[in-house]
Design a protein around this ligand. Sequence first.
Ligand code: CS2
Length: 445
Amino acid sequence: MTEPASTAPTGAAAPEAAGSAGAAAPEAFGRLVHLGIGNFARAHTLVATQQAGGWEVAVFTGRSPAMAEALNSQSGKYGLVVRGPERDEVEIIDVIDEAFAASDVEALDRLIADPFTAVVTLTITEKGYSAGNDPATSATARLAGALRARREAGITEPIALVSCDNLSGNGAVLKKAVLDAADEETRAWFDDHVDVISTMVDRITPSASEEEKDLVLRETGLADQVPVVTEPFTEWVVQDAFRGRRPEWEKAGAQLTDDVELHELRKLRLLNGSHSLMAYAGQLAGCERVDEAIAHREVRALVETLWSEARSTLPLPEDELDAYTTALEERFRNPRLADALIRIAADGSEKLQVRALPVIAERGGPDKAPGAVAAIAAWTLWVTERSRDGHEVADPRAEDIAQAAALEDDTARVTALVALLGVEGESADALVAKVAAEEKRLPRG
Ligand code: CS2
């Protein structure tokens, strides 16, 4: 992206308009509001925004208000531990001006209704986009309310909403969720004033532990309550469709393009698809971490099967796909990252719908997609065993999963679980049969 209007400190970005979200640098180009300040955003989106330079940043938590308190008590600073196969690099990220709890809708309304705010980035996870229209529980509904405040304030500068979640066509999904929750006048106003941007985001970010707190303190002197640990690799492909200002994310290596979709599909089907497969099949086989799962002979064979069928759905040159899966394998093998399979296992009812089902559909049915079927079978079996062992499965459909898992008859159980992926009725029969059979063949540890 080279349009100077997007990145230059324009007159429209009058510094006087700033100031409501903490200490704005007077020369700031604009304000970015981030929704969903979890580990991933702190390892990826905010790091890129820091590297772009020159933007004021206000962040809102997801479910945990404690994150806002912790960040504010550290003046917005936190430690980033970049964990390579051989060593760590520790850096302080200092890009956040102020953090707010998700429940602070007045703050969100005020910031979005300020012309200085030009960009909203979101990492609200897959389930955030189907959380409904109640602002108490839905970030997209809160955003719809804040856009109403912007419209009512008569702001004419464009604002961009940038989805950074693992969904195909995440911009379109975001737009629909916001419009579904918006009032009629805001819906009519929307297209003239709001750009919705699809992006493909990638950086594996495991959960941090106490150890990282010690490491950040030792290396930097910051007593950090919320450090984040991540891999060296990072990638961001951003749809080049901003009418207004935006951070110069290219400086952080982001790729601005008109063609995000293919990048999204490649990442979702090859990286995230095999991640989900390993999360369930790996745990059933007795593994706890991604590096163990990829080194497990039978789990790895399932990953190969999934990769070969997913690759056939992607219109990309073979050598490019070879390079991609080779690099993926190296990332998965990073022994020091200690990425727990249980982290990836969360929210399977949402994730498998975008990671595995499209591969089955595009291959022409479950018979032609044994790898994707294995991912689903590993999920149905893993959630069944986990729930029968008395654990709640971390998933927005946790209650339905527990009910389905309790069904004695295998066909009834698998039918009920597969229905939670949105596959129901007669069209589900072939998949249910394959999944039930595959459950019995999965490697066990
Ligand atoms: C993982 C992702 O949690 C998951 O399901 O597959 O968080 C994955 O680590 C990221 O998408 C990598 O960019």
